[in-house]
Design a protein around this ligand. Sequence first.
Ligand SMILES: Cc1ncc(COP(=O)(O)OP(=O)(O)O)c(N)n1
Ligand SMILES: Cc1nc(C(=O)O)sc1CCOP(=O)(O)O
Ligand SMILES: [Mg+2]
Length: 518
Amino acid sequence: MQEDKAAMREDEASMTNDFSKLKVPHVLTVAGSDSGAGAGIQADLKACAARGVYCSTVITAVTAQNTVGVQGVNIVPEEFVAEQLKSVLSDMRVDVVKTGMLPSIGIVKVLLESLKEFPVRALVVDPVMVSTSGDVLAGPSILTGLREELLPLADIVTPNLKEAAALLGGKQLETVADMRSAAKLIHNMGPRNVLVKGGDLPASVDAIDIFFDGDDFYELRSSRIETRNTHGTGCTLASCIAAELAKGSPVLLAVKVAKCFVETALDYSKDIVIGNGPQGPFDHLLRLKNNAHNCYRHGVFNPSDLFLYAVTDSGMNKRWGRSIMDAVKAAIEGGATIVQLREKDAETRDFLEAAKACLAICRSNGVPLLINDRIDVALACDADGMHVGQSDMPARVVRTLLGPEKIIGVSCKTPEQAQRAWIDGANYIGCGGVYSTNTKANNPTVGLDGLKTVCLASKLPVVAIGGIGVSNACSVMEIGVPNLKGVAVVSALFDRECVLTETQKLHAVLTEATSIVR
Ligand SMILES: Cc1ncc(COP(=O)(O)OP(=O)(O)O)c(N)n1
Ligand SMILES: Cc1nc(C(=O)O)sc1CCOP(=O)(O)O
Ligand SMILES: [Mg+2]
């Protein structure tokens, strides 16, 4: 035991003294600034942040740019590029340098000098020449410097079709076979690996890139995402590759991870609208989409949403031959004011797909959607919140993971549990079983008295649950405690032939009951 403690102390001591153990992977991007923040330095910063890597920046040019095109370029004097390089490289232990827009041969030279003075573990060269809008960002004058001096130092170079053609003297690339030959010819210029990006290849269903390591060719495919929001994909891909290399990944794996990241981000943000031009930016942090389409306002939980709380059950919907989406649509049309997906038997992937589809339905109707039990699904689809019970993940942990704006509900049968839910940062509690139910096995009932006791002790709004339907909802609401805001029901809506009719009936009963109570 004593020996164990000594070993632990020794470990702790060495951890505090050995700074390499605390080192953060670090990419330095040497590129141009894009005022629209879709590409360039701004894309690089976001990509590295998304991949969990520190990113420092040396700015080679400031561009006035938006989703329409490039309105102006102001090249940073090469002496000042040199000064930025020295500031970062002399101090900050950079792992990987990634280059983007290098607008003059002078700047290429300055970079070469700096890399000689401060060698780094890897160099990723994105040979940016023309923007997605077709504007020239680096003219032919830098081609010789790139070809003869920078590429031989590169661990990987990532030209698109036009850039590969420019590097090779202008020969157009039109087929995958052309891409392979181009990769080989560019490899002859000295970089250790070449990735020719075929995003612009005509008549191809997938986005095909060719990776060549000097020995083998790899055809890397990802789905082509139909979206206008592709501005900055090249910068992002190169930065992600740099980020993965900085973490210690082998080159081919880094490329695969980066491609997958870009594909996911494009898919995630395919419908967002930023700017009026033909080429929009995308969302590196995968957070904008749902907010952009969100009729339900984040961060404003309204207790009256608990009025008619529809809780789904995959078994019941299956039995009645309907999808979860159809069930949710009908419940909302009938007057449900909040929806919880409680899919105990669903496969994770099916659950996530259904959750995304239901979220779109709920969002377009301004109805919050919560997920029962599964924080992974709630996070992955960016649901409006979660409902957890006493044996699920504690509400305080859920709060930490979901953040301050999401809705969290906790099942409580006692005043102590209600008090705890409040301390843990929940927004509401579900109290039950008020009556016995076939939906949840071995569920002790609390009755109307138990419900009233919990409501009186709770600082949070309450929704009653368990065996509630059209015949007894009125009695539940009639207990007359102001923080009892509604009823949560499963079988009364979903173990019935017509969800729409049953929801309408329950809505009418609740409206009647609450008008009497008021
Ligand atoms: C609104 C509402 N109240 C209570 C529950 C029950 O949650 P829990 O106790 O975690 O049991 P399961 O639903 O997970 O079986 C609920 N789902 N919703
Ligand atoms: C999911 C659930 N939780 C309960 C609790 O007491 O916390 S009772 C219950 C089942 C509710 O289904 P039905 O409306 O079909 O009775
Ligand atoms: Mg649960």
